[in-house]
Design a protein. Structure first.
Length: 282
């Protein structure tokens, strides 16, 4: 940044007003834009190509994260220096970190995900909590999943809490949104993917499935609502309903923790000898 402080964008600027409105779902859907806050999310948005449209940044943050501001400019984003009050008005967090990006929607058509023949997929069916949705997306990314599918009964992918909870993973892997669960399951089955429904009351034990060697092929895990799990009609669509075993005295696992266990179990099985990602393959 230059030594002399450039003019700050006015709080009354139409650009500031437009960014502020993106905190509401109807405006996000109309404009097909969403907010990404903080250095990690903005960095990943800038690195993902043409996703980042604008960046609002305080002078202090521009100096602290000069590399991120440079990456945003290199990605073609318009960079606006802003007073802290402007950032606070745009941000949806209690303690903003001085950077707020405006990004284009980046969801992927479900047909493209199927055409890529994915080997590990997370399907979020009836997941309503944005923090859980973002965290499961992060877990899927960490476990090496090729895609995430949010059904039409699930939370908005671009909810600011979901974006924050994904910690940048939203920009890493294909995500399809608004897919009816029946269509998601049918399409994945046609693509040769085995469907496993995660349910604490499932008749099949995850440890037993691993011991039997049935987890090495292409797999999609279906995760249900935080409070009531998966409805019977959704469970019936799966090839197997699998529970994570509770070896201690805990009543249950929360959604994100159970998702991490299931996805990593599949990832390890797929990388083991004989799996579709065998370490012995050249």
């Amino acid at each position: 940044m230059p030594s002399a402080t450039p003019d700050l964008i006015s709080p009354r600027s139409p650009r500031v007003s437009a960014a502020r409105r993106l905190a509401k779902r109807n405006f996000r859907g109309k404009e097909r834009l969403f907010l990404a806050e903080g250095p990690q999310a903005v960095r990943e948005a800038a690195a993902s190509g043409s996703t980042l449209v604008e960046l609002f940044v305080t002078v202090e943050a521009a100096e602290r994260y000069a590399d991120i501001v440079g990456e945003a400019r290199d990605a073609g984003a318009r960079v606006h220096l802003a007073a802290e009050q402007v950032i606070e008005d745009i941000s949806t967090t209690v303690t903003p970190q001085g950077l707020v990006g405006v990004c284009r929607f980046l969801d992927t058509p479900f047909e493209e995900i199927l055409a890529a023949r994915p080997r590990l997929v997370a399907v979020l069916a009836h997941v309503r909590d944005p923090g859980n949705a973002g965290t499961v997306l992060r877990c899927a990314d960490a476990a090496g999943a090729e895609a995430v599918v949010l059904t039409d009964a699930s939370v908005d992918l671009y909810n600011p809490k979901a974006v924050r909870a994904s910690v940048g993973s939203l920009f890493h892997l294909p995500v399809a949104v608004g897919v009816p669960v029946e269509r998601a399951v049918a399409g994945l089955k046609e693509a040769g993917v085995r469907i496993l429904a995660a349910d604490g009351a499932g008749p099949h034990d995850l440890d037993e499935e691993l011991d039997k060697g049935t987890m090495g092929g292409p797999t999609a895990w279906v995760f249900g609502n935080e409070a009531w799990g998966l409805p019977e009609e959704t469970r019936a669509l799966a090839d197997a309903v699998v529970r994570v075993p509770i070896h201690g005295k805990a009543e249950s696992l929360n959604l994100a923790t159970a998702a991490a266990v299931c996805l990593y179990a599949s990832a390890r099985a797929q990388r083991a000898s004989g799996g579709c990602r065998s370490v012995t393959e050249s």
